[in-house]
Write a protein of this length. Structure first.
Length: 301
């Protein structure tokens, strides 16, 4: 399905990214395996994870190269695309999967918690996508798959930094889809449910969290890769600007924010008339403040 294509996967040394890199290679793609090899909170570096994935791909007869640059650095992101061109002569797909976590309840969150998460997730997705965009434009094809999260789409406690970055990625992806559709370039988002080392950092503070973690442990990282491979392939050429989720064997399509109610006042609004007229009319349509677990309370299918 991906024969002859060149795919970049960031954060591909472990977990979800590793599964994507392996499946893409299995389906015929040449893969740039990018991974800084840092801890879950973004500290340090290690070339071993990326090297092991490349070795596994080559052992199975596939083609892959290592890149250990940080996506948060524009020069590092450019080197990822440059390595694809140097090793394989083209670039066909980008999977923006690299990420870190620095969870804090909001009133305790500091800039040290905030900034690195934004830099890796949101800035990283921009940096790698921007480095590939002109190549996609010139060849008249290309596919971006960006990883978002239900923490941003729906909500979660203690993840304001992560949620803001992940919802920002949805806006980035939609803008890329709009700006580059005339060049045959596609851009989609995927919110994964899968047990990974980042999920392992979530402490089981109460019974509800403990049960949620137990559900997550039943969802293996390799379940995410098939949808990614489809979106990168020519079979997915009509799909762009969409938001998907994968939860074990279930694929979910999310809606985009769109107007749901409106109310007109011929003389214009005052704070008082908003309180007396608009609030009662809109109240039943307000979106509840909920967490992901409230929307996906059932066991993984």
């Amino acid at each position: 399905m991906l024969e002859g294509k060149v795919i970049v996967v960031t954060g591909a040394g472990r977990g979800i990214g590793r599964g994507i890199a392996l499946l893409c290679a299995n389906r015929g793609a040449s893969v740039v395996v990018n991974d800084l090899g840092g801890t879950t909170d973004g500290e340090g570096s290690d070339t071993t994870p990326a090297e092991e994935v490349v070795a596994e791909i080559k052992k199975a007869g596939g083609k892959a190269v290592v890149n250990t640059a940080s996506v948060a650095d524009a020069g590092g992101a450019a080197s990822i695309i440059a390595d694809a061109l140097k090793a394989f002569g083209r670039i066909d797909g980008v999977v923006n999967n690299a990420g870190i976590l620095r969870d804090r309840i909001f009133h305790k969150m500091t800039e040290i918690d905030w900034r690195p998460v934004i830099e890796v997730h949101l800035n990283g997705a921009f940096n790698v996508s921007k480095a590939a965009a002109n190549y996609f434009k010139d060849q008249g094809s290309g596919s971006f798959v960006h990883f978002t999260s239900t923490s941003g789409l729906i909500g979660n406690i203690g993840q304001a930094n992560y949620a803001a970055a992940k919802l920002g990625i949805v806006g980035l992806s939609n803008s890329i889809a709009l700006d580059m559709q005339k060049f045959g370039v596609r851009s989609n988002c995927l919110a994964p449910f899968a047990w990974s080392r980042m999920i392992e950092t979530v402490p089981p503070k109460d019974e509800a969290t403990k049960r949620r973690i137990e559900r997550m442990q039943t969802m293996s990282a390799d379940k995410i890769a098939p949808l990614v491979a489809f979106l990168l392939s020519d079979a997915g050429k009509e799909v762009s600007g969409q938001i998907f989720s994968v939860r074990k064997n279930e694929v979910v399509l999310f809606s985009h924010p769109r107007p749901i109610r409106s109310m007109h006042h011929a003389e214009g609004w005052t704070p008082e008339s908003i309180a007396s007229d608009l609030l009662p009319a809109f109240r039943s349509s307000f979106t509840p403040i909920t967490r992901t677990a409230d929307s996906f309370g059932y066991d993984p299918i």
